[in-house]
Design a protein around this ligand. Structure first.
Ligand SMILES: [Zn+2]
Length: 418
């Protein structure tokens, strides 16, 4: 077992599931079990300032070893695992020299990772594949990223032939419940540019995400005693149902869109005869189009409301996150250096727009332009999750090249202070 594999196997065995219902931060205390371990391991490596703060974030600095004035680069991963699938008692299994077969998970043989469902496996023949045992997710999302960054730190601290500027490490809790950057102290972090290690396929480099809004609609009906409601009552439940039934079925919905197409999507409905509340998420790669989608959604609602005089509604739009490309286009070096580092490792960078958000989309708008680099993690949030050891090793190599790319591209030296 290589040190990277050994690291990964230890980290996934620690339960760090986050909880969307929790109001505390981090959403589950157990995430700190891994975070405090990571901080201690970094200190042990010689990364002297590594520590976990009260919120469960790990911050660490690997000092520069060059006399050039290199931008400070941060590498970031999340320690939590998705609430969708159990993360308790994860038993990682290493399948050495994978031969291309479907993988039956021993603790529940009905759980089979098939090459039909996951054709990526067929590209990994000969690799060592790690899976869970059938009862839990694996947690490669994002402990693959965590292990890759830890291995990078180990290499940089021990190999002085790799010239690099100051490197920051950030491990965050609660990414899976959308709160991963809530308490990041950007000032304390003190980085110029960042990369999340939370991508999938070997070679992938993601710098475009959805722009996202949330819409809340409250429909107010007219309440009356059902025994004497004739000609008076307007039932908000019926209005809400009619409105949902009027939503387009062949367009504008996640179940019928792909690629660069946007949508609106009802995520929650509750109500009584008097009043009903509906929640929607609105998504597109072009921020300007969100307003168009929101206007169309409201038009459909108005069409229903017009039939019921006396009833009314409130329509509230809330910004959620924005396409990181809007920021990254202003700093082309960030993506360019990563793409070149991937090429330095003999790979062709793959870039697909992400139909979702990453911690990096939020960080980019908080002042840390932050694309996403591959880790090899696949079939996320499920019992069929797997990762190729060789993909993870390659990601470490890419990061080693990447820190050197930043150093090489910097011409200015730091002037000695007198
Ligand atoms: Zn993730």
């Amino acid at each position: 077992m290589t040190p990277l594999v050994e690291r990964f196997m230890r980290y996934v065995a620690i339960d760090t599931q986050s909880d969307p219902e929790s109001n505390s931060f981090p959403s589950t205390e157990k995430q700190k079990n891994l975070s405090s371990l990571l901080a201690a391991e970094l200190v042990q490596m010689g990364v002297a300032d590594a520590h976990m703060d009260e919120w469960g974030y790990v911050y660490a600095t690997i000092p520069s070893n060059t006399n050039k004035d290199v931008p400070v680069i941060c590498f970031c991963s999340h320690v939590d695992t998705a609430p969708d699938c159990s993360g308790t008692n994860v038993k990682p299994i290493l399948h050495q020299q994978y031969a291309g077969q479907d993988i039956i998970l021993p603790d529940d043989p009905t759980q089979v990772i098939t090459t039909k469902e996951h054709p990526y496996l067929l590209q990994k023949i000969g690799d060592d594949i790690i899976t869970a045992s059938g009862l839990t997710l694996l947690g490669a999302d994002d402990k693959a990223g965590v292990a890759i960054i830890m291995e990078l730190a180990h290499r940089l601290v021990n190999d002085h032939t790799i010239p690099h500027g100051e490197i920051k490490i950030l491990f965050t809790p609660d990414e899976e419940v959308g709160r991963g950057v809530e308490h990041v102290d950007m000032q304390k972090l003190g980085a110029d540019f960042g990369y999340t290690l939370d991508g999938s396929e070997l070679g992938s480099l993601e710098f475009e995400t959805f722009s996202a809004d949330g819409v809340e609609i409250i429909i107010n009906g007219i309440i009356a005693h059902p025994g004497s409601a004739k000609g008076k009552m307007v039932n908000a439940i019926k209005l809400a149902a009619e409105f949902v039934a009027d939503l387009p079925k062949d367009s504008m919905a996640p179940e019928v869109t792909e690629g660069r197409q946007g949508f609106f999507h009802p995520t929650d409905i509750k109500g009584a005869a008097e009043s009903a509340t509906l929640k929607f998420i609105i998504r597109d790669f072009e921020t300007a189009k969100l307003a168009e989608h929101e206007a169309l959604l409201e038009e459909i609602l108005k069409g229903v409301m017009a039939k019921y005089p006396g009833a009314n509604y409130q329509y509230t739009v809330k910004e959620q996150y924005r396409n990181m490309r809007e920021i990254l286009d202003q700093h082309p070096d960030v993506v360019e250096h990563a793409a070149n580092a991937i090429r330095d490792c003999g790979l062709e960078p793959l870039s697909h727009p992400v139909r979702g958000g990453t911690d990096g989309s939020r960080l980019s708008f908080m002042g840390l332009p932050c694309p996403n680099i591959f880790t090899g993690e696949m079939a996320l949030h499920s019992k069929h999750e797997f990762v190729s050891v060789q993909d993870m090793e390659k990601a470490v190599d890419v990061l080693v090249k990447l820190v050197q790319r930043w150093e090489q591209a910097t011409l200015k030296t730091i002037l000695p202070t007198s």
